[in-house]
Design a binder for this molecule. Sequence first.
Ligand code: ZN
Length: 191
Amino acid sequence: DAVIREFSRLPGIGKKSAQRVAFHLLNSPEEDVIALARALTALKSNIRSCVRCFNISEEEECGICRDPQRDQKTICVVEEAHDITAIENSASYRGVYHVLGGVIAPLDNVGPEDLHIGELMRRLEAEGTKEVILALNPTTEGDATNHYLAMLIKPKGIKLSMLARGIPAGGDLEYVDQVTVSRALDGRVEL
Ligand code: ZN
C-alpha cells in the first residue's frame, strides 16, 4: 500500500524493511504513530529562509541575525546557505551574512533579478552597513557576480572586499578546509 511504497523510497530501505516498519506501526499505539507523523511534517515546515539573510532558519530570523554578539554592520555575501557553515567552522568571522541563492549565470538563464541582490541593497540602506565581504566561489560566474555587486556597492561608500585567493579556482567553499577559509578571510582584498 501507500505507506510501504513511501518507506521503500527512503535510502537503505528495501521493500522487506518497508513492510516490516509498516507492520510495526500497524501494531503500535495510535498516539505513537501520530507523534511520528507530526515529527515528519514539522521536519519540513519548521525550516524556512531567514527573512533578513536567507540563511536556513527555524525562526523568522536565523540565529546569526538574532545574535547580539555579532557585528551587524558587516555583511558577508555567500552563494548558498551551506557556505555559511564553511565560514562559521573557520571561527574567524563575527559579522552577519547574506545568501544570494546562486550567482549570475547567463548560460543557465540566471540574472541578477533571480538572486537576492535587491534585498541585499535594501539591507545596506536600512542597516547602515559599514563593510561587505564577497565570499562567492572562485568560478567564472562567481567573478562576474563579484563585479556586478562591486558596481552596485562601491558608489555607496561602503568598504568592500573579496576573499583572498587561498581558495583554489573552481573550488567550492563548502569543501575547503577551515584554515584555508580563515586565511582567505584574513587576507581579503579590498575592491
Ligand atoms: Zn539571518
